[in-house]
Write a protein that binds this ligand. Structure first.
Ligand code: GDP
Ligand code: GDP
Length: 455
């Protein structure tokens, strides 16, 4: 049967039938020992408890796939988050922040035998502000006598408390029904999404840097207008082009090839088109004319790509025109004007001679890899801990703000949230970002670092 080969469309149909796009994410938050891990194990149908009592050991964010009455979702157990290092309040707040950033819905677990504590109330305030759906699990209601304790949790103002016993399974069916009711449906997938789809490249740069020439050079006869492929976007302005054995989707190639000679408003339209291409792309290949002094428009386009959060490769074109002197000045210009994208892979090419065209694909792959990098929470915090110990924030007004905990809230591009005990100065934030890059790479991708201050 293996010899029969397979039909991509058939595979896509099967996958599409199997369902949907990225699954919705449910985060489980709550104080230590309320029973989060027990509940997660119950929901994913695993009997053996993962309840692991190893003080000081950081567990990474653990994600499982769950299924209730045919509805699939992801469940994130925040149970092991740095409780010992951080103290309970900071750890629980971090869970809530994560849920707010990254989850589609939240199960807030309270130990009904203890009742609501100040920490619980603080979490409620955070969750309320976020506006994500919250289901309140009143845990450890092992029998009917516990129902009254559960009812007392109406006071939290989160609506109906669902009495459950994560340990014995009592009430968990009703809880799951409610979870399914509040979780958003997974989005329907298109053909392209199902098979992963070709990576999307925006080839951008100011007029006359050589975009059209480069496109012609790389396309050769391989060019396929996307429109011709069944099921893909019927947008004839994009083209599929095979480079280095990989098929890529080049965005808005029609716009690149069309030689419009507008005098009025040309810059404005060029910049609109650049913004639109960036919107659809994952990676920007930014073309610069290396034979001329870098223009303000070059830096503006680079800034647009960075601000759009795209992976970035910078290609210095017309390398065939460079002499020693121009090369010298080019390097100085790059140091001076392009410091903000020092991390971007660089290729020196010539669309005319074909020089170094083969270096384009490895650069694009490097940038996409950086763009999709996820740093495990444990590793990130080990790194932050050492960094902060070696280079504490300067003391201001008798106080010394400390970074308590960090988590990567997302990828494409990597986004980090740091929880700190006070305001972090811009210089210190830049220092942290620089060290993050030194430690973890992130070649070819902007990274975003935001700071939440805990009083
Ligand atoms: P976490 O720190 O919130 O993840 O809590 P765990 O899942 O590790 O549970 C903490 C303790 O509470 C463990 O000893 C569990 O066996 C216990 N526990 C969890 N759920 C229940 C429950 O529904 N009833 C009872 N009686 N104990 C529970
Ligand atoms: P676009 O406006 O960015 O699409 O730029 P074009 O591809 O139309 O190129 C503008 C001009 O630069 C044309 O005259 C090209 O022949 C020339 N050009 C493009 N790439 C190179 C190159 O690598 N070397 C040299 N010498 N000229 C180039």
């Amino acid at each position: 049967a293996a010899e029969e080969g397979f039909d991509l469309e058939e595979v896509a149909d099967d996958l599409a039938e199997a369902g949907h796009g990225p699954l919705p994410v449910l985060a489980v938050v709550g104080r230590p020992n309320v029973g989060k891990s027990t509940l997660v194990n119950r929901i994913i149908g695993r009997r053996e408890a993962v309840v692991e009592d190893r003080p000081g050991v950081t567990r990474d964010r653990v994600t499982y796939e769950a299924n209730w009455n045919g509805r699939r979702f992801k469940i994130v157990d925040t149970g092991g988050w740095e409780q010992d290092v951080l103290g309970i309040d900071a750890s629980v707040a971090a869970q809530a922040e994560f849920a707010i950033e990254a989850a589609d819905a939240v199960v807030f677990v309270v130990d009904s035998t203890v009742g609501a504590t100040d920490t619980d109330e603080a979490v409620v305030r955070l969750l309320r502000r976020a506006g994500k759906p919250v289901v309140l699990a009143a845990n450890k209601v092992d029998g009917p006598s516990g129902e009254a304790d559960a009812a007392a949790l109406w006071n939290l103002g989160l609506g109906e408390p669902f009495p459950v016993s994560s340990l014995h399974g009592r009430g968990t069916g009703d809880l799951l029904d409610e979870i399914i009711a509040v979780l958003p449906e997974a989005p329907e997938m298109t053909f392209g999404d199902v098979i992963g789809g070709p990576r999307r490249i925006a080839l951008i740069g100011r007029p006359n840097v050589g975009k059209s020439s480069l496109l012609n050079k790389v396309a050769n006869e391989d060019r396929v207008v996307v429109n011709e492929i069944a099921g893909t976007t019927r947008d004839p302005v994009d083209e599929l082009i095979t480079l280095g054995g990989i098929t890529w989707k080049f965005i808005d190639t029609a716009g690149i090839r069309r030689r419009v000679h507008l005098t009025e408003g040309a810059d404005y339209y060029a910049s609109l088109r650049t913004a639109a291409a960036l919107e659809k792309a994952e990676v920007a290949v930014i073309l610069v004319d290396a034979s001329e002094t870098l223009a303000e428009q070059d830096t503006r386009i680079i800034t647009m790509a960075v601000e759009a959060g795209r992976a970035v490769v910078i290609a210095y074109n017309k390398w065939d025109l460079l002499d020693e002197e121009r090369r010298y000045y080019l390097e100085r210009e790059i140091e001076k004007d392009l410091v903000q994208v020092q991390w971007a892979p660089r290729v020196n090419v010539s669309a005319r001679t074909g020089r170094h065209m083969e270096k384009l694909v490895p650069a694009i792959e490097t940038a996409l890899a950086g763009w999709e990098t996820r740093i495990p929470t444990g590793r990130l915090n080990a790194f932050l801990g050492e960094l902060v110990a070696a280079h504490p924030h300067p003391i201001r007004g008798g106080k010394q703000p400390r970074i308590l905990f960090g988590t990567q809230a997302g990828t494409k591009p990597p986004r980090f949230v740091l929880f700190a005990s006070g305001f972090l100065e811009a210089g210190y934030r830049r220092f942290i970002e620089r060290r993050l890059r030194e430690e973890f790479g992130f070649a070819g991708t902007p990274i975003q670092v935001s700071v939440r201050v805990r009083e």
